[in-house]
Write a protein that binds this ligand. Structure first.
Ligand code: AP5
Length: 371
C-alpha cells in the first residue's frame, strides 16, 4: 500500500463474532460536562484560549459557578475514556456490558447522574466512590455556533477546563488492586485509556499495561491533549512501550513530536517515528492513528503509512465537535473487539465521529446505522 494513496475502507459484510461481557476495559476520569456558549470576555477573565484543554487551577475557582449563573448550560456525562467506551458499547449494542469502566466519583448528585448515564448506556461501570471530593466536572466553553453563517472554524470552538476533583482520587490500592475489581481487568481482551488519566494514576495504568503485555492482549492509549506530552512526559514515556495502538489528533501529534525531538512537522513522519518507538511486547507491532478533523486520518503500521479519508459532511451540519475524537476511538474499538481488520476499525471510527458531530455533546441516537 503506497503511503500517499487514499485507501477507502472496504465495504465488506461483517460477520460479527458473538461477544461476551467485559471484553473491553476502560479506565479514566469520569466527569460531568457543563457546556455553554460563552463570550470572549468570559474566556479572557479566566485566561482561556479558544482551542485548548487544560486542568483547572486556583484562577478557575469561580469559573464553574459563574458559568452556570451567567449562561444557559447543558449537562452531559463526559470524561474522555468514558465517552469512548460508551460509544463502543452503543456501536456493539448486544450483549450489554461488553464495556467495563473504572474511575472515581463523589457520593453526590453529579455522581448519581454519571451512574445513571452509564447504566442507560449499558456500560458496566464500577466506580470508586469516595467522600473527600465532589464528582469531577469539565467546563466546555463554546465560542461560536456552527449553525450560524460563520464558517466552521476547525478547533476554534471550545475551551475545556477540567476540574478533576473526585476523578483525581482514583487509587490503585483502593480500587484496581481489589480482587472483585481486578477480575474485570483479567476478563478483558482490549483495553483503552485516555492519556488524561496519566495525571491521576500512572501506577494503575502501568499495572494494567503490564497485564496486557504479559498476556499478549491489546492496549490503546490516547495522547489526549498537548499538556500531557509537555508536562507529564516522564509518566507518558513509561507507558508508551506498552501501547499497541496510539491515538491522537494532529495538534497532539505535533506536540508529542516536538517533545520527543522528532525534528519533523510532517504528520506521516511523526506517525512513522512514533510507531518505531521501543515496545515491550514485540509480538504485536504498534499502530498509530492520528485524526485530523475533516482531513484524512493517518495510520502508521510497521509496514506503511496510509491516509484514510473521513466521511463527508456539510460543515454547517456540524452541531459541535465535542467528543469527536472520543467517538472515533469508540467506533474503532467496537470493531477491534470483534477482531475486524484495521480498515473496518477506522471505518467504524469515522462513522461514529460523523454521528456525534451532528449532535450536541458526545451523544448518539438509539441505534447505529453501521453496516
Ligand atoms: P473534546 O476535546 O471536545 O473531545 P475530543 O473527543 O477530544 O474531540 P475533539 O473535537 O478535540 O476531537 P479530536 O481533535 O480529538 O478529533 P478530530 O477533530 O480529529 O473533549 C471531550 C471530552 O473530553 C469531554 O467529555 C471532557 O469531559 C473530556 N475531558 C476534558 N478534559 C479531561 C480530562 N482531564 N480527563 C478526562 N476527560 C477530559 O476528529 C475526529 C473525527 O471526527 C475525524 O476523524 C472525523 O471523522 C470527525 N470529524 C471531526 N471534525 C470533522 C469535520 N469538520 N468534518 C468531518 N468530520 C469531522
Amino acid at each position: 500500500m503506497a503511503a500517499d494513496e487514499p485507501q477507502p475502507a472496504k465495504k465488506i459484510k461483517l460477520h460479527h463474532q458473538p461477544l461476551r461481557e467485559n471484553v473491553l476495559f476502560g479506565m479514566g476520569n469520569p466527569l460531568l460536562d457543563i457546556c455553554a456558549v460563552v463570550d470572549k470576555d468570559f474566556l479572557d477573565k479566566y485566561g482561556l484560549k479558544t482551542n485548548d484543554q487544560i486542568l483547572a487551577d486556583e484562577k478557575h475557582k469561580e469559573l464553574f459557578e459563574e458559568l452556570v449563573k451567567k449562561f444557559r448550560v447543558e449537562y452531559h456525562a463526559g470524561g474522555s475514556t468514558q465517552n469512548s467506551v460508551k460509544v463502543a458499547q452503543w456501536m456493539i449494542q448486544q450483549p450489554h456490558k461488553v464495556a467495563t469502566f473504572f474511575g472515581c466519583i463523589g457520593k453526590d448528585k453529579f455522581g448519581e447522574i454519571l451512574k445513571r448515564k452509564a447504566e442507560e448506556a449499558h456500560v458496566d461501570a464500577h466506580y470508586f466512590e469516595q467522600n473527600d471530593q465532589p464528582t469531577g466536572t469539565c467546563a466546555a466553553c463554546i465560542t461560536g455556533d456552527n449553525r450560524s453563517a460563520t464558517p466552521f472554524k476547525k478547533r476554534g470552538l471550545r475551551s475545556l477546563v477540567a476540574n478533576l476533583a473526585a476523578a483525581n482520587c482514583y487509587k490503585k490500592e483502593g480500587h484496581l488492586d481489589q480482587k472483585e475489581n481486578w477480575q474485570f481487568v483479567e476478563k478483558a481482551r482490549v483495553y483503552y485509556i485516555a492519556g488524561f488519566f496519566i495525571t491521576v494514576s500512572p501506577e494503575s495504568i502501568l499495572k494494567v499495561a503490564t497485564h496486557v503485555s504479559e498476556s499478549n492482549k491489546i492496549l490503546g492509549l490516547n495522547l489526549s491533549a498537548p499538556f500531557i506530552s509537555q508536562f507529564f512526559k516522564e509518566d507518558l514515556m513509561k507507558v508508551i512501550p506498552y501501547v499497541d495502538i496510539l491515538f491522537g489528533n494532529e495538534t497532539e501529534a505535533a506536540t508529542f513530536a516536538r517533545e520527543q525531538g522528532f525534528e519533523t512537522e510532517d504528520i506521516k513522519e511523526i506517525a512513522k517515528k512514533a510507531q518505531g518507538l521501543p515496545k515491550v511486547n514485540e509480538k504485536r507491532r504498534r499502530i498509530i492513528v492520528f485524526t485530523q478533523g475533516k482531513d484524512d486520518t493517518i495510520v502508521a503500521t510497521a509496514d506503511n503509512v496510509t491516509a484514510f479519508p473521513v466521511l463527508d459532511i456539510k460543515q454547517d451540519e456540524i452541531v459541535d465537535t465535542n467528543g469527536a475524537g472520543d467517538a472515533f476511538v469508540g467506533g474503532f474499538l467496537s470493531q477491534l473487539v470483534r477482531d475486524q481488520p484495521l480498515e473496518e476499525c477506522i471505518r467504524a471510527g469515522h462513522y461514529a465521529a460523523n454521528v456525534i458531530i451532528r449532535r450536541s455533546g458526545c451523544t448518539f441516537p438509539e441505534v447505529p446505522d453501521f453496516h
